[in-house]
Design a binder for this molecule. Structure first.
Ligand code: NAI
Ligand code: MG
Length: 491
């Protein structure tokens, strides 16, 4: 065709770049109307139930059991029977086989789990899909690897399992926290009664289906749902040999008081108020991404979130300008949209707590910045927020907000950075941004935090131990260290 014969068409130049949503289908998830407790490999009818919802629009998803002390007692009895009936004396290689199966099943069903996690908890699907699920599977793979090597992990110490572990987990990483708790416990030959958080029970209940597929012997893992009363009943039960708790410092302290003098073992992973320390020689754009990831990942519902940003004074202005510009590009909205960066706040109670603390920051004199963003009308939402002009004494610099709220403070010298970073009752994590390797090591030696990230933030790996100092708790999860709380040694 000659050039001239070509039809002359005006190419429409798009003038409107309105965002088209990219929702993940929820058809892959099949929910029952009502769930009981998973005890001894069977479903136990729940006498009392409550409704669990989707925080993005408050849709009711299912009725789940509010576990009573009698339910907890049945679960502990089932766990004890499974421990005595052979689980604890199985060869490690056989226990490993079950853990490998669970890991592979989680991978196979990861889309289903990711959608359900985002639906019930509110976190963006790209996080549940790319972080929670791969890491949960990785924990089972990792601890499967240790199950038949415990004697090499602890040479000459003759490790044996502790018994029945009672495990209480929070709502910010429901399936991942389940994996952190169950994988090492089983690898070491213990049996488990686990209580998920009241707002996010559904992936734990779906996990029971994986346990059946994996043909795990009945009673090795039991799941009892319910709120803090169910958790308290588990702590009270003297058939439980070890409690592992992740949650608020307040409840952690109460559990520690309750168990004092009983001889029953305890590990606590509690809150945090981590310092993310940025030196003036850092790669600034990279640091901005790390700061954003540090506090807006999972809506800031992260115990190790980098919620206190310590910036060296000489780069304060360019850093804050870049940060605010970056904030304006974060997409807040439907957790099931594949492009969402910041999802829904987990519960009405958590939203109220965030609002209260943010109001206190404004009242105490900090300067607030929130990018323009349209929040959905239904459900629980809070925009990404930065506070500047923050004094160390303000509540927003001291208390865990557990929301998408960053407090910015400044420092001049490395010594001052260390002093300010450690000026907190917590000690779970910290971040350091600098081009100087020697400074990273200098800082890491002085920061009183269980994890120190350098030129990165919120990176997790099953082989790396995680846990706190001071009011952030004690005991380590992950890595070789994560086996110890689940073992006794004949010395
Ligand atoms: P929470 O500590 O009350 O809940 C965590 C888990 O403990 C849940 O499974 C809950 O049912 C259970 N629980 C509550 N009371 C209990 C009791 N007396 N005995 C035994 N178990 C009990 O935390 P909550 O109320 O959900 O959140 C409050 C604040 O705690 C958050 O705003 C955040 O600051 C912090 N938090 C820290 C977490 C972390 O990862 N370290 C996780 C969740 C909350
Ligand atoms: Mg509570």
């Amino acid at each position: 065709m000659a050039e001239l014969d070509k039809p002359q068409r005006e190419l429409a130049t798009p003038s409107d770049w309105t965002y088209a949503s990219a929702p993940e289908s929820r058809d892959v998830v099949r929910l029952a109307e009502r769930y009981g407790h998973f005890v001894g490999g069977d479903w136990l009818e729940a006498a009392e139930t409550y409704e669990t919802i989707a925080p993005r629009d408050e849709e009711t998803l299912a009725a789940v059991g509010q576990g009573t002390p009698a339910d907890v007692d049945r679960a502990v009895t089932a766990a004890r029977a499974a421990f005595d009936d052979g689980w604890s004396s199985l060869p490690g290689s056989v226990r490993a086989k079950y853990l490998f199966r669970i890991a592979r099943l989680l991978q196979e069903r990861s889309r289903e789990f990711a959608v359900l996690e985002s639906l019930n908890g509110g976190k963006p699907i790209k996080e549940s899909r790319d972080v929670d699920l791969p890491l949960a599977a990785a924990h089972f793979f990792y601890y499967a690897g240790w199950a038949d090597k415990l004697e090499y992990a602890f040479p000459n110490r003759r490790p044996r399992p502790v018994g029945v572990a009672g495990q209480i987990i929070p709502w910010n990483f429901p399936l991942l926290m389940l994996a952190w708790k169950i994988a090492p416990a089983l690898a070491c030959g213990n049996t488990v009664v686990l209580k998920p958080a009241e707002t996010t029970p559904l992936t734990a209940l779906l996990f029971c289906d994986v346990l059946r597929q994996a043909e795990l012997p009945p009673g090795v893992v039991n799941i009892v749902t319910g709120d803090g009363r169910t958790g308290a009943a588990l702590v009270e039960h003297d058939g439980v040999d070890k409690i592992a708790f992740t949650g608020s410092t307040e409840v952690g302290k109460a559990i520690q008081r309750r168990l004092a003098g009983t001889g029953r073992r305890l590990t606590l992973e509690l809150g945090g108020k981590a310092a993310n320390v940025v030196f003036d020689d850092c790669a600034l754009d990279q640091a901005i991404e790390g700061i954003v990831n540090g506090i807006y990942f999972n809506q800031g519902h992260v115990c190790c979130a980098g919620s206190r940003l310590l910036v060296q004074e000489s780069i304060y202005e360019p850093l804050v300008a870049k940060l605010e510009r970056r904030l304006a590009t974060l997409r807040v909205g439907d957790p099931l949209d594949k492009n969402t960066d910041v999802g829904a706040i987990n519960s009405a109670a958590q939203l109220a707590k965030i609002r209260e603390l943010v109001a206190s920051g404004e009242a105490e004199g900090a300067e607030i910045y929130q990018p323009p963003c349209v929040l959905p009308e239904q459900g629980y939402w809070f925009p990404p927020t930065v506070f500047t002009n923050v004094a160390q004494s303000y509540r927003i610099a001291q208390e865990e907000i557990f929301g998408p709220v960053l407090s910015v403070l400044t420092f001049r010298t490395p010594e001052e950075a260390v002093e300010k970073a450690n000026n907190t009752p917590y000690g779970l994590s910290a971040g350091v941004w600098t081009e100087k390797g020697s400074r990273i090591l200098w800082m890491a030696q002085r920061l009183r935090a269980g994890v120190v990230w350098a030129n990165t933030y919120n990176r997790f790996d099953p082989s790396s131990p995680f846990g706190g100092y001071k009011e952030s708790g004690f005991g380590r999860e992950g890595g070789l260290h994560g086996l110890e709380p689940y073992l006794e040694f004949e010395e």
